[in-house]
Design a protein around this ligand. Structure first.
Ligand SMILES: [Fe+2]
Length: 163
């Protein structure tokens, strides 16, 4: 998993995660720390195993680590975080030795991860569906003190432990 360590140590990754942690210091809603990214990675991997997907564990973790990185651009430049994350993912993955196809798989999944509809491109980009599922499942809405004012729709909130 040498390439994951390269991502983690990439200056853009470090800089962006630092911006996110500073900007979210006072945030009362779910944050976008490394804990969240790793929760998403692990759930994605469980989903991939359950669905007998052939996608690599390393690519799943890369996708999860990078999927919310664009929050830094959202906070500092007003760019939507899915777009910012895809842009950052492309630059970082290129520097960390990922192939063009691997970068395409990850950036397509990240670009779509806020889309609530199931996308027809999910067959071509298998990370898309499991990223959305895992991102949602990672949140513990049933134990949230500010769930009443959270902007998530009621049907999106996890009101029970979902397995
Ligand atoms: Fe997320």
């Amino acid at each position: 998993m040498e390439r994951l360590e390269k991502i983690r140590n990439h200056p853009l990754f470090k800089e962006s995660t630092e911006v996110i942690s500073q900007k979210e210091k006072e945030r009362i809603y779910c944050g976008h720390s490394l804990y969240h990214s790793l929760d998403v990675a692990r759930i994605m991997y469980i989903k991939a195993l359950e669905q007998s997907m052939t996608v690599s564990k390393e690519l799943i973790y890369a996708c999860a680590l990078l999927h919310d990185l664009g929050r830094a651009y959202e906070y500092t430049k007003g760019i939507p975080h899915d777009r910012g994350s895809a842009e950052l993912a492309e630059r970082i993955m290129e520097d960390c030795g990922f192939s063009e196809e691997e970068i395409r798989q990850v950036t397509m999944a990240i670009s779509d991860h806020r889309n609530k509809e199931n996308c027809t491109e999910e067959l071509e980009y298998p990370l898309m569906r499991i990223l959305k599922e895992a991102d949602n499942l990672s949140r513990i809405c049933f134990d949230c003190k500010v769930s009443d004012t959270c902007k998530w729709s009621e049907d999106r909130k996890n009101k029970t432990i979902k397995i």
